[in-house]
Design a protein around this ligand. Structure first.
Ligand SMILES: [Zn+2]
Length: 487
């Protein structure tokens, strides 16, 4: 049997004014895609590991993934989708398809790129089984649900089950290919955007909902179950939370289970919000902490799609009497150019921040020494590649600043280590991640502080200019109520 495999992934923050372009995507074609993913902790690797020993031939088409960012420019999105569909049209004798998606991509004017892709692929593939995997931050649309036989979402947050999600998807695809199952689905929508610690699946209330989903998947007749909470910063008409359950030919069972989980989520909606600490208080806490303090700047989380050019915490440190060792990062292409021009060892006064999201941030002038210069090409913890463009390390007194030309994920340790910086050698590390960083820093940190600073991906959702999602929406409005209809 021959299975088409494709990937299209980006998480979009529509409040980030810096558009994403085709060149922000790393695109692999054909066999290069298999080579690039085989030894990674990704969905594609997990799917291949299940399919190949069963004698399934992988038919790689295209894998395109970008760092999270602003909406994808229309022409660039068209090009990506056209390349995906053209690659599929070039394949013959297929038996099915596995499509690896994030699910929270948005174009400049397209609210549902993944739905549009599955629609086009459905036209190419006809009735063949199509399975798609999703991040649990996906935005679920009718088109997406209608065009896939089964959607398979992550079960962990912070996300550590990418490989396992690919395995789950591939096992279901095998059963579909062998005509062993007839999937039926139940979907319950909840007008709710969620943030905060209770979403951590290992410890929080969201984890209980996910464990119920896992029980359902393990039951006879259970196929795929998940709670897909959307990316709160992808402000498109379908943004909200969803429960999605697939069972083998048992619609009423699926409906009952989807309703049960939706009611649980809704009951705890107030707990699924993020308590944040004002910056001055956070700095005071870090000052009195022995050992490593980690500030979570979720508002400028490049992992959630923010521009990465916030200098809010840097400014706060510079304006306070901060004397301990701090490690911060900022995306600032002109600053990198100036530092490279000046050369390693040079001293200069340089504006930092506010070059990509100037409506939210204004540059701050900093006296720095250029400590080192790098090509910004490195591997993250999961084996995927970071592309920071040129990177410089600057030092301003006790504060070390990693400056990249392009956005990178500031979630783990590798982003720093790859540039000669050991996070544990600092008293304070600022990560640009709402929760994913906990996988890497929980054990190392004496204290973790989610800081309330402005940004296009602030967990303070009421601070953001939502325009497109349905209203009322909790917590934007207190009085939102779900209909609890099963779709
Ligand atoms: Zn996610």
């Amino acid at each position: 049997m021959r299975v088409l495999v494709a990937e299209l992934k980006q998480e979009t923050a529509t409040f980030n004014p810096a558009q994403s372009r085709y060149d922000d995507f790393r695109v692999y074609y054909g066999n290069a895609m298999v080579d690039a993913y085989r030894d990674t902790h990704t969905e594609l690797a997990g799917a291949m590991q299940v399919l190949e020993p069963e004698g399934v031939e992988i038919v790689p088409t295209l894998a395109a993934a970008a760092v999270s960012g602003g909406p994808v420019a229309d022409a660039d999105l068209d090009r990506l989708l056209t390349e995906c569909v053209t690659a599929a049209q070039g394949c013959s004798d297929l038996d099915g398809a596995y499509i690896c998606l994030h699910g929270a991509m948005a174009g400049e004017s397209e609210g549902d790129p993944e739905g549009r892709l599955l629609c086009a692929l459905r036209e190419v593939l006809g009735d063949l089984p199509i399975i798609a995997s999703l991040d649990l931050h996906a935005v679920i649309t009718d088109q997406l649900v209608d065009m896939a036989d089964i959607l398979v979402p992550f079960h962990t947050y912070p996300h550590v089950d990418q490989f396992e999600t690919g395995q789950r998807a591939a096992r279901l695809l095998l059963r579909l290919l062998r005509k062993q199952i007839r999937p039926v689905k139940a979907r319950v929508e909840m007008p709710m955007l969620v943030r905060g610690d209770e979403l951590i699946t290992a410890t929080g209330k969201f984890g209980a909902a996910i464990r119920r989903c896992q029980e359902i998947e393990a039951e006879p007749g259970g196929l795929s179950a998940g709670v897909i909470i959307g990316n709160a910063f992808t402000d498109v008409p379908d943004l909200q939370s969803n429960v999605l359950i697939y069972r083998d030919g048992d619609r009423s069972g699926a409906e009952e289970q989807a309703l049960e989980i939706a009611r649980y989520m809704w009951r705890h909606r107030q707990e699924f919000q993020a308590p944040l600490t004002p910056l001055a208080d956070a700095i005071a806490l870090a000052r009195e902490t022995a050992g490593l303090t980690v500030f979570s700047d979720a508002a400028d989380a490049t992992a959630s799609g923010a521009a990465g050019d916030s200098n809010a915490i840097l400014k706060g440190l510079l304006q306070s009497d901060w004397t301990k060792r701090a490690l911060v990062s900022v995306v600032d292409s002109p600053a990198v150019a100036a530092a490279v021009e000046a050369g390693v060892g040079a001293q200069l006064t340089i504006p930092l921040g506010g070059t990509r999201d100037p409506g939210r941030f204004t540059p701050v002038l900093v006296d720095v020494i250029v400590e080192s210069q790098h090509d910004g090409d490195f591997l993250y913890e999961d084996g995927t590649r970071g592309r920071g463009g040129r990177v410089v390390v600057l030092r301003a007194g006790p504060i070390t600043i990693l400056v990249s030309e392009r956005p990178v994920y500031v979630v783990g340790l590798k982003v720093f280590q790859a540039h000669g910086l050991e996070p544990t050698a600092f008293d304070l590390v600022v990560v640009k991640s709402p929760n994913g960083f906990r996988t890497h820093y929980q054990e190392l940190a004496s204290r973790i502080v989610p800081v309330d600073v402005p940004g296009s991906t602030s967990a303070n959702l009421r601070s953001l200019p939502f325009q497109n999602c349905r209203r009322p929406m909790y917590p934007l409005e207190e009085h939102a109520e779900p209909p609890f209809d099963v779709l």
